[in-house]
Design a protein around this ligand. Structure first.
Ligand SMILES: [Fe+2]
Ligand SMILES: [Fe+2]
Ligand SMILES: [Fe+2]
Length: 279
């Protein structure tokens, strides 16, 4: 099979991982703290590792990792119905990986896909177990429908965080300088934490986190990409600072100031990298 065809199959797998991550995180956040939510979040983290392996393989083949998200299976009004949807999503993934393992001859890639497939089979079993467990234990959707300025600001934060996660991961995959690659990856992981904190805070105050992103800057020129990253970080740091000053809620203020400080740190890290790059 030619390289382009393999790249396109792997990108299809990657888009599937992306949808699984967002579907599972949405469920985990909606359920609040608790054992099952933690286990679902752990499964989402395994899907992140899959996405990472697939993206690195695509880049090794000379391809560009897709930033598209595959079809999610959202919907359902009860946790048990969500878990059923997760079982179905894992079945979609298992079918696709089995097809791709048959189609691709390259031993190393086959091995990676086999490894992912074995995880998906295990997730499938976990979610089947969660269907009955959620019925037995009465697991609940604890989100509310509060809509106000605070929820709006926090959702704006999620939108920003999700966008930069994709942007920094993409840039990290495409970067050739090892230090730049590592820093972008580190900051992307930090932004994932931010997304989680914001989503949990929204659920805490009876809102509904909206996990969507805006346009991702996909420049592969290192200076250009670092310049746009610095600009985003500065804008978002100022916005978190503004929101922190506006709120009377001490817990929320603390969260927003912590986020602000992290974003300032990111801007400084990127500025250093840019200086090195331009020398
Ligand atoms: Fe996966
Ligand atoms: Fe999975
Ligand atoms: Fe952030």
């Amino acid at each position: 099979m030619n390289k382009d065809r393999i790249i396109s199959l792997l990108n299809q797998d990657l888009e599937g991982e992306h949808s699984a991550i967002i579907q599972y995180l949405t469920h985990a956040y909606a359920m609040g703290e608790g054992e099952m939510a933690c286990e679902i979040e752990a499964i989402a983290r395994e899907e992140m590792r899959h996405l990472d392996w697939l993206a690195e393989t695509i880049v090794e083949l000379g391809g560009i990792p897709s930033l598209k998200r595959g079809e999610m299976r959202m919907g359902g009004s009860k946790v048990s119905e969500w878990m059923k949807n997760n079982v179905l999503l894992e079945e979609d993934a298992i079918d696709l990986y089995q097809q791709h393992i048959t189609l691709i001859d390259e031993a190393k890639i086959k091995r990676i896909l086999q490894r992912i497939l074995s995880d998906e089979k295990s997730h499938h079993g976990d979610f089947e177990h969660f269907i009955s467990k959620s019925q037995r234990e009465g697991a609940k959707d604890i989100r509310g429908n509060r809509i106000d300025k605070t929820v709006e600001t926090l959702n704006w934060g999620i939108e920003h965080e999700y966008t930069v996660i994709l942007q920094y991961m993409f840039q990290s995959y495409m970067a050739t300088n090892p230090e730049t690659k590592k820093q972008l990856e580190d900051q992307a992981i930090n932004e994932m934490q931010h997304l989680g904190w914001l989503a949990e805070k929204i659920v805490d105050i009876s809102g509904n986190p909206r996990i969507e992103h805006t346009e991702v800057e996909q420049s592969t020129n290192t200076s250009e990409m670092l310049q746009s990253d610095i600009k985003i970080e500065e804008v978002v740091a100022a916005e978190y600072d503004r929101a922190a000053k506006e709120t009377e809620n001490p817990g929320l203020k603390e969260l927003l100031l912590r986020l602000r400080d992290h974003e300032i740190y990111h801007a400084e890290v990127f500025s250093d990298l840019l200086k090195e790059e331009e020398q």
